[in-house]
Every structure is written in structure tokens, then in C-alpha cells.
Design a protein around this ligand. Sequence first.
Ligand code: HXC
Ligand code: NAP
Length: 292
Amino acid sequence: MHTEPMLRPGALKGKTIIVTGGGTGLGRSMTQYFLELGANVTIASRKLDVLQATANELMAQTGGQVLAVDCDVRDYAQVEKTLAATVERFGAVHGLLNNAAGNFISPTERLSHKAFDVVVGIVLQGSYNCTLALGKHWIAQQQPGTILNIVTTYAWTGSGYVVPSACAKAGVLALTRSLAVEWAKYGIRSNAIAPGPFPTKGAWDRLFPEALHGQLDVAQRVPLKRVGHHQELANLAAYLMSDYSAYLNGEVVTIDGGEWLSGAGEFSFLETLTPDMWDQVERAVRGASKKS
Ligand code: HXC
Ligand code: NAP
């Protein structure tokens, strides 16, 4: 059931959506579902060959229209070029999905300042560049718009070993909530999704590399004991992009099987106790209560 498309056919018909990082991973999966629901999509990132291959495959698969634009989201001029190309091809743009990211695990003291810059640049500068360009456009055109940002669950907790990403995603979360209020008067909604682990080559190569496989079973860290399925995320993204979510503004929806709360809960570690150990614990705790 959770692997099935959720929205009614045509739910995004007539909409044009720009998806940054739409050539690979989760961006590609969300793009595919937007197309299935009737949207036109511009996919934008650095590698035009990857984007073009994805565009051709998804157009053949869904019958939808995809425009591939090479765009480094850190460069405002390239973002403006992407917007202009989208308007020229599809006539208008209605949604922005800030999905492009850079990330890798590393002790922070091993990072050069350029390594910090590159991650913060892609995630935070990239998201505000696209948001600013689209926001100015929508306000000038007196047209409503929908912004959806992909953050992470550590955007609010922080996390060691991915510190540039944590700083940048926290900034994107602040951007989401700030503009939800400021730009609501223009009919521009801003929401975010905080995914837990959803297997993609981009994330797995950099965050769960083979060298760690013996020590780390990602699914076991999740209370539901599984990773996410791309369609689950695509269902949520399509809902937040669609007019069905018209009253949702400034929200960040976590979709992680309970992972971050499990890490945060003081006693979540008791998960590993066996029934026999619980018998002993209960006897000890009840005995202690009687004495006190
Ligand atoms: C330390 C590193 C490094 C590493 C790169 N650098 N990798 N430092 N450890 N593993 C340093 C380089 O030495 C260089 O600094 C600086 O970072 C820039 O590196 P480049 O390779 O020149 O940059 P570039 O080619 O632009 O590549 C950017 C990138 C790369 C971020 C490093 O990984 C990339 O293109 N990523 C895009 C896709 C991606 O990251 N997807 C995963 C998103 S997953 P110096 O000083 O040497 O010049 C995600 C989910 C999180 O966000 C949550 C999961 C549950
Ligand atoms: P991915 O496939 O590596 O996607 C990242 C995309 O960003 C790539 O398509 C890449 O394309 C693009 N990109 C990188 N730098 C760019 C730049 N400077 N300008 C434009 N585009 C750029 O990884 P993913 O797992 O699908 O991640 C997608 C999103 O989900 C990210 O925001 C990530 O933080 C978030 N997320 C993922 C997970 C997970 O478990 N997978 C969990 C939480 C959050 P190019 O290389 O062509 O530029």
C-alpha cells in the first residue's frame, strides 16, 4: 500500500514545477510522480548529460514534458536562466522543489574551509537563490506559488559528522518558516519535508559507504525497522505541491519511521532488553518501591 501512488490522476495537471537535483535519487522519483500526476517539470543541476538521460527516460515512461537545464544553484545568474527557460518552454511556473544537496560524513576538524563552503553553498545558498528568484518572479507576476524544501531530521537537532549539512539544512528550515509568514500575503506557501533514510546512490556512497557496512544496519536504527520507499516520499511531496494542501504553510513534515525520536528518547536504548531481562528489572524496581 505505501508503495502505491496516492493522489488522484491529474492532481497536478496544468502545473509547472522546477525540481533542483531532479536528475537523480529522490529528486528523480518525485519528478516522476509529478509527471504521472500531469505536471510539466524542469529538472536542474550541474550534470546536463545525467539530466538529459533522466528527462528522456521519464518522458517516455510517463508521457509528460520534462525540460533539462544545466544549473549550478550556487550561481544566481544560472538560477535566473533556469527560470527564464522554464517560462519560455511552459508559459509559467507554479512550484519550486529545493532538493539539490551536497553532503558527506567527516569529522569536522578534518574539513577544509572549502569543504564546508561547498556543502553550505549547494544546500543553503542554492535554496535561497532559487527561492529568491522564484519569489521575485511570482510577486512581480502577481501569481501564487508553492515552495517545498527538502531538509533532514537533524536540521533542528544538529548532528556530528555532517556539520556543514546540519548548518545548511537548519538555515533552509528557517527560510521555510520565515517566508511562510512573510510571503503568505502574495499567495506563496513554503513547506518542508524532513526525510529519514531513503536509499539513493548519492546519499549511500557518501554517508553509509561500504567501509561502514559491517558496523551499521541503517534499517535497524529505525523503530519501524525499514528504510523509506521513494513512492512514500513522492506521495507526500506531491500532496504538499498540490492545491490539496492549500492551508498548509510553514510546516515541516518528518517522514522517517520514528528514527529521530528514537535517537532522542532518553530510554529508547531499552529496546535491546530481552523479556527475561525485563523480568529481572521489574522484580528489582518493584522491590525497591516497596522498601522506599
Ligand atoms: C573531506 C572532502 C570530502 C570528504 C570532498 N571534500 N569530499 N573533504 N572528506 N569525503 C572536500 C574537497 O577536498 C574540497 O576541498 C572540497 O570538499 C570540495 O570538493 P570537490 O570534490 O571539489 O567539490 P565538488 O566536485 O563540487 O563536489 C561536491 C561534493 C560532492 C559535495 C563534495 O560530494 C557532490 O557533488 N555531492 C552532490 C551529491 C550529494 O552529496 N548527495 C548526497 C546528499 S544526501 P579542498 O580544500 O581540498 O579544495 C543528504 C542526506 C542526508 O544530504 C541525510 C541522510 C539520512
Ligand atoms: P542525490 O541523488 O545525490 O541528489 C542530490 C542532487 O543534487 C543531485 O542530482 C545533484 O546533481 C544535485 N546537485 C548537487 N550540487 C548541485 C549544485 N551545485 N547545483 C545544482 N544541483 C546540484 O541524493 P538524494 O539522496 O536523492 O538527496 C536528495 C535530497 O534529499 C537532498 O536534499 C538530501 O539532503 C535529502 N535527503 C536525502 C535523504 C536520503 O536518505 N537519501 C535523507 C534526508 C534528506 P548534479 O551532480 O548533476 O549537480
